[in-house]
Design a protein around this ligand. Structure first.
Ligand code: PLP
Ligand code: COI
Length: 341
């Protein structure tokens, strides 16, 4: 295989055109055959429910080249299940897990020359999405759906000269409501948060921390990741991550909740008051795109808590273990890797 002529070490988290994508259409009660495509464009009816009523959800997962030359997906079934949960909430037809897997495998296989080499540390990002594609005028679920997957090689989500990111607690915008859809990857959740993130970025921050919508008191997550803090003191370091109905169930965080105790850390998965940021010795932003982005500081009501310009020891240990498994350097003892042949 001839690899695409890219500068693998300086890839941004952005779109690089690749060779193929796939779509499937749900019509008259069933999923049609796989359509392998080269065009990046879709044709949709103007009245598609995705465009007007937000029947749109997506996923994000990565393929990695391991040290021994395999190409693997990280926990793709978990993404398939999360898409299914999201589809149920938005009254959409979801692709069965097997179809979801087939699509992700196929897009990776067909674009193998875009899967970054092991040494680069970069990854091939897959973006499965599901949209209501039928034309409907009244507010009701679509009668047709389109499930597609495209992929693109990516570098770090938070890029810059610094090794740690700056977050700001936002008290002006709630990302999601307790009985709403904040726990699934609904496209509208991201539109809802754009003004908060854009305003923080204009002020020199990398992203925001959203608080819970009921009391504006507990940490939820950032615009594109879950959040954790580390408590140290007597005994073992504690990995503290918020529990809330308005947080996306991150597959990365779910993995870290398994790895942390194996590495000798305590785990606390509970509501986290925003004032606790002052007690943390480290913090991190975790997700597929961000991996584990070490947090250097958090600003809240004009006060800045600083964790430093280098990742702390707990963050480094978690990062090495997670990425070690993903890249085949550490045994995959939980069967999280799905090999693509
Ligand atoms: N929270 C939000 C709002 C996200 O968009 C993401 C990204 O998918 C995450 C958390 C992290 O989830 P995961 O680790 O499954 O990528
Ligand atoms: C991901 O981590 O996969 C995400 O979807 C986050 C962001 C790019 C929306």
């Amino acid at each position: 295989m001839d690899r695409a002529p890219l500068d693998w070490k300086s890839l941004p988290f952005g779109l690089t055109p690749t060779d193929f994508n796939v779509v499937y259409r749900w019509r008259e009660g069933q999923w049609g055959p796989k359509e392998v495509r080269t065009s990046f464009d879709l044709t949709l009816p103007m009245a598609a429910t995705a465009l007007h009523y937000g029947q749109a959800i997506f996923e994000g997962l990565k393929a990695f080249e391991t040290r021994d030359g395999r190409t693997v997906l990280f926990r793709p079934r978990d993404n398939a299940e999360r898409m299914l949960r999201g589809a149920k909430k938005l009254l959409m037809e979801a692709p069965p897990a097997e179809l979801f897997l087939e699509a992700c495998e196929e897009v990776t296989r067909l674009n193998r020359r875009f899967v970054p080499p092991f040494e680069s540390g970069a990854a091939f990002y897959l973006r499965p999405f599901l949209i209501g594609s039928g034309a409907v005028l009244g507010v009701k679920p679509s009668n047709e759906y389109l499930f597609g997957v495209f992929g693109t090689p990516v570098g770090p989500y938070f890029k810059g000269d610094k090794k740690t990111i700056r977050l700001r607690v936002d008290e002006e915008v709630h990302r999601a409501a307790p009985l709403g859809v904040g726990d699934v990857k609904a496209a509208g959740n991201y539109a809802a948060g754009m003004r908060a993130v854009a305003s923080a970025q204009a002020d020199g921050f990398d992203n925001v921390i959203y608080l819970d919508a009921r009391e504006t008191r507990f940490i939820d997550e950032t615009g594109a990741t879950n959040f954790y803090g580390v408590l140290t003191g007597d005994g073992r370091p504690r990995y503290v991550t918020p529990k809330s109905r308005t947080i996306l169930e991150s597959i990365t965080n779910k993995s870290l909740l398994v790895l942390a105790p194996e590495l000798g850390f305590e785990v606390e998965h509970r509501p986290v008051e925003v004032s606790e940021i002052r007690r943390f010795s480290e913090a991190g932003a975790v997700g597929t795109a961000a991996v584990i982005a070490p947090v250097g500081s958090i600003s809240w009501r004009g006060e800045t808590t600083t964790y430093g310009s280098e990742p702390g020891p707990v963050t480094l240990r978690l990062y090495d273990e997670l990425t070690g498994i993903q890249r085949g350097l550490v045994p995959d003892r939980h069967n999280w890797l799905h090999e693509i042949r």
